[in-house]
Write a protein that binds this ligand. Structure first.
Ligand code: NAP
Length: 393
């Protein structure tokens, strides 16, 4: 998959320069293209996140979904025989695919994982050992010191953990994870505020029902109610954010020192996690500074124009009643973070509301963007399939 960190850096510079073009003095981003779509597999294809993967992969310019796996309950049937729970039709080319059991070594090199965490830990490790590149949503390996936990706009440099991962685990393949669905919004927002050195943050979430998978929370518990607890979620927000904002060093990732206190609640919203955030910054800033930092925040996915990258990762709202899940969560393909109500906080200095799509930016879309980054950085074994030299066009 990769020779060493130097090689990785060389390829990174190579792809960056391909995307950097100048016409009449203006920067012009040239999207990378692959010569032939890369075959991908999907573990946990039948779940709530799995179906989002199927939807997003159906028209993906780089990836072609050819192999599906789930539990013994689903295996042996055609995907189209199983319940499809998303709006819009099941893509015809997927309906006829058989659902396999989880058998490491079977399926394409690149596999996405939307597995239940109860099985993801062991299964993903076995797939990576067998030479697969696993791009996972599950929590099982996120905090492993040699597993990158990546938001491509925030910490693409954490992919430098992969050579060490291969050495320590003895895997022929690799494992890369994306954060918990509530973490991604907080980490993106705090990353945009890095110029002002976030010191402490308090966050209270209002998380959508779809975040609990299918069938999720019982309807009689969820309707017209707020459930003030989500198992394990507060710790994930506090620790994953520090890892994502942290620095890669010899022993792994040195966690960012920002102290985070999280409270998480489940609310009767279908899709979209809202979070009320207060933050203390070490550096002085005005409201205009913060708004500009959010609106101008950008990263490697935008520089490379990766297929799933929103043009603007953070969209700011001026309306006092925005962002709202029903009005805003689907815009920008569900990949943008929405920030509104930026105002002074009498306790910590600043506060704001954020909203992100838990099934897209917080799950399937996050993993797709990670996989696109791996391809753009030429980190798959089989990259002979991909002709990044054909990038210009
Ligand atoms: P889900 O709807 O419960 O789907 C779970 C998937 O795992 C199904 O495909 C299921 O297959 C499979 N599975 C369960 N037990 C299995 C077993 N023993 N062997 C093989 N496969 C098994 O859950 P989800 O909401 O899609 O979440 C999937 C993963 O993504 C979880 O790790 C979750 O924490 C994470 N995640 C979810 C969200 C979100 O917003 N929902 C966001 C970020 C991350 P069958 O259908 O055959 O049982």
């Amino acid at each position: 998959m990769m020779e060493n960190a130097d090689w990785l850096e060389t390829r990174r510079k190579g792809t960056e320069s391909m995307a950097d073009d100048r016409e009449n003095g203006a920067r012009h981003v040239v999207p990378l293209r692959v010569a032939r779509r890369i075959e991908v597999g999907l573990l946990g294809a039948t779940g709530a996140v799995g179906q989002q993967f199927v939807r997003l992969l159906a028209e993906h310019p780089w990836f072609r979904l050819t192999w599906l796996a789930a539990s013994e309950r689903s295996a042996g049937r055609r995907y189209g025989e199983l319940p499809w729970r998303l709006a819009g039709p099941l893509p015809a080319e997927i309906a006829g695919l058989p659902v396999h059991t989880l058998r490491p070594g079977a399926g394409p090199e690149l596999v996405f994982s939307a597995l239940d965490a109860a099985v993801a830990g062991e299964c993903e490790a076995e797939f990576a050992a067998q030479g697969h590149c696993v791009v996972s949503n599950a929590r099982s390996h996120r905090m492993d010191p040699c597993v990158p936990l990546v938001i491509p706009e925030v910490n693409p440099e954490h992919l430098a953990l992969l050579p060490r991962q291969r050495e320590e685990k003895g895997w022929r393949g690799a494992l890369v994870t994306n954060p918990n669905c509530a973490t991604v919004g907080l980490a993106l927002a705090l990353a945009a505020l890095r110029p002002f050195s976030p010191r402490r943050a308090v966050v209270t979430t209002l998380q959508a029902l779809s975040g609990a998978g299918y069938p999720g929370v019982a309807s009689v518990d969820a309707a017209a109610n707020v459930i003030p607890w989500i198992d394990g979620e507060e710790e994930k927000l506090e620790t994953e954010t520090q890892k994502i904002l942290g620095t890669v060093e010899a022993g792994g990732v040195r966690a960012h020192p920002v102290a985070i206190s999280a409270q998480t609640t489940r609310v009767p919203v279908l899709d979209g996690h809202t979070e009320a955030v207060s933050v203390e910054l070490a550096e002085p800033a005005t409201r205009e500074d913060l708004l500009a930092a959010f609106a101008q925040f950008s990263g490697e996915p935008q520089a490379l124009a990766l297929p799933s990258a929103p043009r603007q990762p953070i969209v700011t709202h001026e309306g006092a009643d925005r962002p709202q899940p029903r009005l805003d969560v689907e815009s920008h393909g569900g990949m943008a973070l929405h920030v509104g109500r930026v105002r002074p906080c009498p306790v910590l200095g600043w506060k704001f509301i954020l909203l992100s799509h838990n099934m897209v930016r917080g799950a399937a879309g996050a993993a797709l963007l990670n996989a696109e980054l791996l391809v753009a950085r030429a980190l798959l074994n089989s990259l002979g399939q991909v002709d990044l030299a054909a990038a210009r066009g």
